[in-house]
Design a protein around this ligand. Structure first.
Ligand code: UDP
Length: 385
């Protein structure tokens, strides 16, 4: 039996967990398999991140059906279940709130302990599938790594046992720290079309991919209108689902907006660092910008990262509400550029804290102890007592 199986599946997973993967791989104290669920599979949504961040490649890759969310989740559960018939782990670990974390149901069926990185974040917006996924995996987990004490408190409020939630800080800080000297080289990976477009001019960076934004015609139109409102140059690395929605909607972006396919990490952070501000609905980009001192407009009705509003690195833009003063949003974002904030996401040691804890739990075979504690807690009010 190995100690840990780690199952990841999308672009920000590789980025955020890159140091955790390296530390687990290097450690002689822990026996570890890395499994790729296959949710993201193209070169520019997957391989480029392993290469640029010098991250060990997966030991196993699932073969899944990504036709839609239901086929994706069901085939990940099937593949996880089958994998665990032939490979035994003391615990299986997931990160975040994606279709991939629903593989935890296949792990539950084997009664193998589950570890969840990024636990107990909540948007309290029950219309988001991600919120349902987050709650489900947290309540299946035997060990939860929460980035901030405020997230842990949210888990405690739901009755999750105090003893299974460990506060670690956010591992994205570790990544930005580790690669800080390399981001300036990102310019070398940029396509000439982008370099020639921005020249030395000020520009705004945009990302938009969330289903509640792109699948709602009203929200999508509001977002396109917001992007079309600035006179600055705009670089928009656009995911494929968003490209499809834009084409189908018939809406047009102005000529000062350059749309490109998704780009690699070094070039993306290069652009982010050099932008005036960023419009985004991405969870990770909003954190990265806050850490790097770049203002953001968070294009979301609800967020599980309210601390960016608290430190005032970000302005809320709710795409579900008709906003007739779009110029003001750009004006305020531009103004934020001259303010300074202290980011709240931790000290850059999260990956090590997580791996040290995993080693400790594995050595002492304590995942089950945590499982029992959680179970005792739950049955204290049940007929089983
Ligand atoms: N990113 C990238 N290239 C791009 C767009 C984003 O490398 O073209 C990075 C970005 O720096 C961040 C992550 O991908 O680390 C964000 O991914 P996404 O917005 O898809 O996911 P979310 O964080 O919302 O789950």
């Amino acid at each position: 039996m190995k100690d840990i199986g780690l199952i990841l599946g999308i672009r920000p997973d590789v980025i955020r967990a890159s140091k955790i993967i390296k530390l687990l791989n290097q450690s002689t104290d822990i026996d570890f398999d890395f499994i790729w669920s296959g949710q993201h599979y193209s070169e520019n949504m997957k391989d480029v991140f392993f290469n640029q961040l010098n991250t060990p490649k997966p030991d196993y890759e699932f073969n899944i059906d990504v036709t839609n969310d239901a086929t994706t989740v069901s085939s990940i559960i099937n593949e996880t279940y089958s994998h665990l018939e032939n490979h035994k782990y003391k615990a299986v670990m997931f990160l975040g709130d994606t279709n991939t974390v629903m593989g935890s149901i296949g792990v539950s069926q084997h009664n193998t302990p589950i570890v969840h990185i990024e636990g107990c974040m909540r948007s309290y917006d029950w219309r988001m599938p991600e919120e349902k996924y987050r709650k489900t995996i947290d309540h299946l987990s035997d060990r939860i790594y929460s980035y901030l004490p405020s997230y842990k408190k949210q888990g405690l409020n739901e009755g999750i046992s105090d003893s299974i939630i460990k506060v670690t800080g956010n591992p994205i800080v570790d990544i930005l720290d580790e690669f800080k000297d390399l981001f300036d080289t990102g310019v070398n990976f940029l396509d000439d079309s982008v370099k020639n477009f921005i020249k030395d001019d000020e520009f705004v960076l945009v990302t938009c991919h969330r289903r509640e934004n792109i699948l709602s015609p009203e929200s999508f139109e509001t977002i396109i209108n917001l992007i079309n409102t600035t006179n600055k140059k705009v670089v928009f690395p656009m995911g494929y689902a968003t490209q499809r929605q834009l084409k189908d909607s018939g809406m047009k972006l102005n000529n000062n907006i350059l749309v490109v396919d998704p780009i690699g990490y070094l070039e993306f952070i290069y652009l982010l660092k050099n932008s005036s501000y960023c419009l985004s609905d991405s969870g990770t980009v909003i954190e990265e910008a806050c850490i790097l001192g770049i203002p953001t407009v968070q294009m979301r009705h609800s967020t599980e990262r309210p601390e960016v509003y608290e430190v005032k690195s970000s302005i809320k833009f709710d795409p579900t509400i008709n906003n007739d003063n779009l110029e003001d949003v750009h004006f305020k974002a531009n103004e934020l550029k001259s303010t300074v904030w202290k980011h709240p996401f931790g000290d850059g040691t999260a990956s090590k804290v997580i791996v040290d804890d995993l080693i400790d739990l594995s050595k002492n075979n304590n995942f089950n102890k945590h499982a029992r504690e959680n179970y005792d807690f739950d049955i204290s009010r049940s007929f089983l007592k």
